[in-house]
Design a protein around this ligand. Structure first.
Ligand SMILES: [Ca+2]
Length: 443
């Protein structure tokens, strides 16, 4: 409900206090709107500067004034509102001639009286007639002054459901007074500029390998040397700004597109020239890490963000090729060289420039040497034992008599085989038996 206190109506949600401050006839109404020269600022005002009434309402409703500038289109620089009482947060609304909201911003007056809300940075441009409104947003709502001395039929109440009522309609319902009035809302406008300057730049600055690549405006390539670049556009015209997602720098250096300064994330940006603007393409620098090793599956080569930590590694040890490898010969990682002196197979470094690390290896024959030693020792020991055993048992062999017999058998068996008088199968079987006998006797 709108609160209207002219007659202290108790039914109003938020009661208002009226103060008649002045006699309206003493004030000159500013109804005529001068046509501003291009760039000149004009304040549109329909009230006489003195309030006879003040209004408040519950959140969501608003009080609107229809403005009729002489300009074909107007850039709204500021809105002034007369806060009659209870300064508190509210919203300023701008609506087009079809009563559609085109802009809304919050404001908090700290005292009563005229309060200006600056919109100059927001590039609010409307065509023909438009409305400016105070929208009550909180319970703790401010009171808006109204001039009822010389009403102009331009003021409206807008209910929460979006329905519009004239000031006179609401006033007659609320106070039984059939009075029209002007909400004390004024707007400063200027003719919008016909063209604006758009600035394109890259930040931080980069050093491309080829300066004539990487930048396109409306499809035309420009040298990055020309940045920052300023170009003039008609208001409302649409343009494309584009950067290569990756721009090559010097050896091992590249620049990767991150986003535009307003947070837009695609490298191709379609923009509308609404006002002066600067578009900065943000890039980050990356450095190449080369991990060089002839073996050991080197890991970690690639591009890294400037200042980030890169980890690189090889697998160690690895077997040497061939028989030595079978015996346990190994290639063993020893240390890193070039841009790292780390000694671990896995190491990290801060990427403050392009880097190359090389894995240095050595060959480890320790295990084959041990194996060879063990073999030699075993052979030697076996020979010694054999010699001692043979030295100990010759008498037993001859004494038994049997081994020499089987030795003879063996000799004959060999002769039979040589002459081809015995099958290979029989030869093998008999030879096995004789040898076994000889062996048993020798044990
Ligand atoms: Ca007045």
């Amino acid at each position: 409900m709108f609160g209207h206190c002219a007659d202290k109506k108790a039914t109003f949600v938020l009661a208002m206090i009226i103060t008649i401050l002045a006699i309206s006839s003493l004030h000159q109404l500013r109804l005529g709107i001068a046509a501003p020269d291009s760039g000149q600022t004009v304040e549109l005002a329909y009230d006489d500067g003195t309030k006879e009434e003040s209004w408040t309402w519950s959140g969501g409703a608003y009080a609107a004034v229809r403005f009729s500038p002489s300009l074909e289109s107007s850039r709204i620089l500021s809105v002034r509102l007369f806060i009659a009482g209870h300064p508190a947060r509210f919203s300023v609304l701008i609506l087009d001639s079809d009563r559609k909201s085109v802009y809304e911003t919050s404001a908090v007056p700290t005292s009563t009286g005229w309060f200006a809300v600056d919109l100059s940075a927001s590039n609010v441009v409307v065509n023909g007639e438009f409305y400016a409104a105070l929208k009550w947003t909180t319970k703790d709502a401010p009171e808006l002054g109204a001039d009822e001395s010389k009403p102009t039929g331009r003021s409206f109440f807008v209910y929460q459901d979006g329905s519009w009522r004239t000031y006179r309609e609401v006033n007659s319902e609320v106070s039984k007074e059939n009075l029209d009035g002007n909400f004390m809302i004024r707007v400063k406008v200027a003719a919008p500029p016909k063209s604006v300057q758009i600035v394109m730049r890259i930040e931080p600055s980069i050093k491309p390998l080829l300066p004539s690549t990487g930048i396109r405006v409306d499809g035309i390539s420009y040298s990055t040397n020309r940045l920052p670049m300023t170009f003039t556009c008609e208001i409302g015209s649409v343009h494309t700004l584009e950067v290569d997602p990756i721009i090559e720098g010097a050896a091992g250096v590249r620049y990767v597109f991150v986003e535009w300064s307003d947070g837009y994330g695609a490298a191709l940006y379609s923009i509308e020239a609404k006002g002066e603007a600067t578009y900065s393409a943000r890039f980050k620098t990356q450095y190449l890490l080369t991990v060089d090793s002839p073996m050991g599956s080197p890991q970690g080569s690639g591009w890294y963000d400037e200042g980030s930590s890169a980890t690189f590694s090889v697998t160690s040890p690895l077997p040497v090729d061939g028989f030595v490898g079978i015996l346990g010969g190994r290639y063993v990682f020893d240390h890193w060289s070039e841009d790292s002196t780390a000694s671990g197979t896995s190491a990290s470094m801060t990427m403050d420039g392009p880097k190359t690390v090389r894995a240095e290896w050595r060959t480890d024959y320790t295990i084959p040497a041990v194996v060879a030693g063990v073999v030699v020792a075993t052979v030697a020991l076996s020979a010694v034992l054999l010699m001692r055993r043979n030295a100990r048992k010759p008498r037993a062999v001859t004494a038994a008599g049997t081994p020499s017999r089987y030795v003879e058998y063996l000799t004959k068996l060999e002769e039979l085989r040589t002459r081809g008088e015995i099958s290979e199968q029989t030869y093998m079987r008999l030879k096995g038996e004789y040898c076994k006998k000889i062996s048993e006797r020798n044990t």
